[in-house]
Design a protein around this ligand. Structure first.
Ligand SMILES: Nc1ncnc2c1ncn2[C@@H]1O[C@H](COP(=O)(O)OP(=O)(O)OP(=O)(O)O)[C@@H](O)[C@H]1O
Ligand SMILES: [Mg+2]
Length: 234
């Protein structure tokens, strides 16, 4: 059945069963699904760890950038300052609380909240990508699940379709609901070569997760938002 989730502008927190499993691809696709309808939508990656350096010809500025921030900004139809879109951008691709410590930075949740509120003022919907899995520490006492609670956003869970995914999906769904958050949908993403008994695994999650599946995105040769879009029945 087609999902009615995006019939009006829709802000959400996109989490995943792990790191490197397709959150950015799916979050960017969710932004695009909405901008296609004419809504003003912005992406946000509150904390990112891992920057690349881009050399420009001498007359232009060289710069550090993060691939997630670029992808979300590219899907969005609003120009939002990077400091708002990603208040905490760290150089090393390591766990964020470690990256922060290495750079002598204390992640302050209220800075993230303020940035989120400012982006909300400019837009009709904000799609926030989490970091890694659902419970990634940001400080000694605050993690990404706490952030989703503070942002008061419904959650979309991206599940990496590989051996072990049923357990990861159900544990994450439980952690989301136990915080009073709404799990509004899940996306099966085959970010690796197709797994054995893929359909049976999808069915097993569908039967237990108590949230609609928005799409199964197969392993893509051409990884792009335009290709991923085709698998959403919206
Ligand atoms: N369905 C797919 N088919 C093929 N490759 C995919 C698919 N989904 C994601 N990928 C690839 O897997 C890698 C990780 O994807 P992505 O960056 O979206 O993950 P992520 O969960 O956002 O990672 P991070 O935890 O670093 O934010 C990327 O190289 C992406 O192109
Ligand atoms: Mg990402």
């Amino acid at each position: 059945m087609p999902s009615t989730l995006f019939d009006s502008p829709f802000s959400c927190f996109v989490t995943g069963t792990d790191t490197e499993i397709g959150k950015t691809l799916i979050a960017s696709t969710i932004i695009h699904l909405q901008t296609n309808k004419g809504y003003r939508v912005a992406g946000m990656k509150p904390v990112a760890a891992g920057t690349l350096f881009r050399e420009h010809p001498p007359e232009q500025r060289s710069q550090w950038f993060n691939e997630d921030v670029e992808s979300l900004a590219g899907a969005s139809n609003l120009v939002v300052a990077q400091e708002l879109m990603c208040p905490y951008l760290f150089k090393l691709p390591v766990a964020p609380h470690i990256a922060a410590r290495l750079e002598n930075v204390q992640i302050n949740p209220s800075t993230i909240l303020k940035a989120f509120e400012q982006i909300k003022q400019l837009s009709q919907a904000v799609v926030v990508e989490g970091v890694g899995g659902f419970r990634v520490p940001l400080t000694q006492s605050f993690d990404t699940a706490d952030l989703a609670v503070k942002l008061k956003l419904p959650v979309i869970l991206v599940v990496a379709m590989r051996l072990g995914c049923i357990n990861h999906a159900l544990l994450t769904a439980e952690a989301i609901r136990s915080r009073g958050l709404e799990l509004v949908g899940w996306v099966a993403n085959s970010a690796e070569e197709p797994m054995n008994k893929l359909e049976e695994n999808i069915e097993a999650i569908d039967a237990r997760i108590k949230a609609p599946r928005l799409a199964h995105v197969p392993f893509l040769i051409d990884v792009s938002v335009q290709t991923a879009l085709r698998y959403f029945d919206i």
